[in-house]
Design a binder for this molecule. Sequence first.
Ligand code: TXA
Ligand code: MG
Length: 335
Amino acid sequence: MKTTILSINKDHPDREKLQQAAHIIKTGGLVAFPTETVYGLGANALDGSAVKKIFMAKGRPSDNPLIVHVSSRDMVLPLVASMPAKAERLMDTFWPGPLTIVLRKSRLVPRETTAGLRTVAVRMPVHPVALGLIEAANTPIAAPSANISGRPSPTKAEHVIADLKGRIALILANGPCEIGLESTVIDLTGSTPLILRPGKITVEQVARVIGKVEIYKPKKNEGKVKSPGMKYTHYAPEAKVIVVKGSQQGMDLEVRRLKRIFVSRKKKVAIIYTKALTKFAKDLFSRFRTYDKQGYDIIIVQAVPAERLGLAIMNRLEKAATEIIHLQKDKKKEK
Ligand code: TXA
Ligand code: MG
């Protein structure tokens, strides 16, 4: 398939380009587009056969449901069976923005979109190109991250091109995504709101608006996972990722020790130290991809405190890790 690549202005997206993209969505095709978190790969969320093409293009397991993107609060109502007051409050506070809310679905949403679940995940992005595309298509757009399944999420147009060129009709190309990590996902269908995936919008921020929330932790060997996306390896570059956890001094020493060992074995070693968390989040996936391109064998990353944005960063790092070294407890965990 020939993939058209259109660069598009962020603050004043060209109407004709949005119309061209919207036409593809309306006629059952796939369009990759920028959001404030990562690039998304979109199809008409109400068209089961269009949504199936997303799974094909990404090589995504068909039991992993998609997030439905809307451009207005009115667009949500037909998609859900009920609208809890807590959902309204979260939307008032955080939409448009990087918060995805899981609600009971209506019959309008096809099973391809929700992978057979009785719930639907909805999000209103703040990126003008994403909003403009949904508005122009005049339909909610189902969109996972626009990468081949299992690879790091795409935060630059070049990542989307590398993964999906030849597999989809159109890529709307804009600059790097501001946040760089996927949205926070919260499930409001149970008795206590449950954070399924940490993100830029923190647990504390959410709790301030709706009170008590829990953070979902998959138990080992759990058969049925709450968010099917959580059981797959994710975000992983081809290089081996080693995450080192411990005191700053301990991590510094351990990183140097590991580097010496691997270099003596003729391995190409990259090290990621963390200072500013916002920038770390924004660049993480992109650095994974760059190191792969440059042929690194090993990426050693120093852990950050698992709180606020750090919780989201550690969630992604632990999923990408081939090995996590806990220094304090002097415990070595192989994955
Ligand atoms: O920031 C984002 O959320 C990006 C941009 C494109 O919006 N999208 C994204 O989609 O990260 P994806 O498919 O890569 O991740 C969606 C996550 C998966 O872990 C999936 O299992 C979960 O959301 N999810 C989707 N629908 C769900 C549902 N009904 N119940 C529970 N989890 C759901
Ligand atoms: Mg993804």
